[in-house]
Design a protein around this ligand. Structure first.
Ligand SMILES: CC(C)(COP(=O)(O)OP(=O)(O)OC[C@H]1O[C@@H](n2cnc3c(N)ncnc32)[C@H](O)[C@@H]1OP(=O)(O)O)[C@@H](O)C(=O)NCCC(=O)NCCSC(=O)C(=O)O
Length: 364
């Protein structure tokens, strides 16, 4: 699922012939992307200085776990980045463990940041003619996605975070941003609430936002018309200490409806809400296939599989999603058509063992 629309070459860059092939690729490519452990590329003989020497127009894009600093030599995986980038300490419930999130904010989140860095560097190159090095550390990418919590860290110096439910519960704040469960903040407090069937369906829930401009409509829907004018509930600030009571009341309404019924009713009044959709429900949503967000792909060895297409829709760039390549599927094609190797030269590279099937220890 991670390699759609790519070609695959296997190459042992520690074999002199393989290193030469990579050097030749560097000379003609626009972008080199790598996420080896810190220092590995240098040890292969591809320092940034050497890469620039080979091709001053190339963009070298690297993912590392950390930027320069005390942890720069560490190897990093997804959940390490979630923990070191501020996500884990702010995810979960106040009285529970820090939690990692299922969203791949460390891996895919960093990849997205890197991709933006690459297109920026490519654009800059059209003006300067020069390539540059793009580095994105996983810790930094996760932190960037958690920047609102960094804002809250600074707000804490001025007093309690009043939109967090722990404020309404009278529980004092410490010196760091706490975990806030499913709270969303400010004038738009939100929670995940049970819907009809929650006893047996782990996804019978809806996210419900008591957005200030639609408060009166919410009061009508849940049959609490007095809350429109009662000073204890009428304004966002007045409601903050009562959020548990308010959401308990709203939940008694949502529990009488399925998440889809609730969504339909609430949408009529522009009350922001979102059913918790399982992966199964998403995979069965035909509208996502119609837009190309979900794509069914045929693969020669795995059969049919679902992949997520491009979530970014471009009006003049309709690229069809293709299956991922087999490992090394395009080695010959790349050597012949991209590098123009043929005859004895091609045979020498093949005979060197630099392009054979690699030993796959990491995945086993
Ligand atoms: C992901 C890693 C922890 C994996 O570490 P390792 O499995 O030990 O791989 P390394 O990158 O260190 O590579 C190991 C050695 O293999 C060598 N190596 C790698 N590829 C080649 C080829 N093609 N030819 C020759 N040698 C090679 C490399 O130079 C190293 O050699 P030596 O010079 O002898 O050392 C690390 O690469 C890393 O920290 N990457 C940056 C952060 C990152 O992208 N993390 C996301 C991972 S995915 C994830 O989080 C997740 O799946 O979950």
């Amino acid at each position: 699922m991670l390699n759609s629309n790519k070609r695959s070459i296997t190459l042992d860059t520690k074999n002199p012939e393989g290193k030469k092939v990579l050097e030749d690729l560097v000379k003609i490519c626009d972008v080199m992307v790598e996420n080896f452990a810190p220092g590995a590329l240098d040890r292969m003989g591809f320092s940034w200085e050497r890469i620039q020497e080979l091709n001053p127009r190339i963009i070298l894009a690297s993912v590392k776990g950390f930027g320069p600093g005390p942890f720069e030599d560490c190897k990093v995986y997804e959940n390490v980045a979630q923990c070191t980038g501020g996500s884990a300490s702010t995810t979960g419930f106040r009285d529970g463990l820090p939690l990692v999130t299922a969203a791949q904010i460390g891996d895919s989140g960093t990849g997205l940041h890197l991709a933006l860095g690459i297109v920026t560097a490519l654009y800059q190159r059209t003006l300067t003619g020069k390539g540059q090095k793009v580095l994105c550390a996983m810790q930094d990418a996760v932190l960037n996605l958690c920047r609102v919590k960094m804002r809250d860290q600074q707000r804490l110096d001025r007093g309690p975070l009043r939109e967090y439910s722990q404020f309404g519960e009278g529980i004092p704040f410490g010196d760091a941003v706490p975990r806030a469960g499913n709270d969303s903040g400010g004038g738009q407090p939100g929670r995940i609430l049970k819907c009809k069937g929650w006893e047996t369906d782990p996804n019978a829930y809806i996210y419900f936002i008591t957005q200030a401009p639609v408060w009166e409509k919410i009061c009508d829907v849940i049959h609490e018309p007095d809350w429109k004018t009662n000073p204890a509930y009428a304004t966002p600030a007045a409601r903050l200490p009562h959020l548990n009571e308010i959401f308990t009341r709203i939940e008694s309404w949502t529990m009488a409806h399925t998440k889809f019924e609730a969504m339909e009713i609430l949408n009529k009044y522009d009350i922001p809400c979102g059913p918790v959709l399982s992966m199964k429900e998403i995979a069965e949503d035909r509208s996502l296939y119609a837009t190309g967000t979900l794509v069914e792909i045929d693969h020669p060895t795995r059969g049919k599989y679902l992949t997520v297409g491009n979530p970014i829709k471009l009006s003049d760039n309709d690229v069809e999603v293709e299956r991922s390549p087999l490992l090394g599927e395009h080695t010959d094609e790349i050597l012949a058509n991209v590098l123009g190797l043929s005859g004895a030269e091609l045979e020498r590279v093949k005979a060197s063992g630099a392009v054979g099937q690699p030993v796959r220890l990491a995945a086993e």
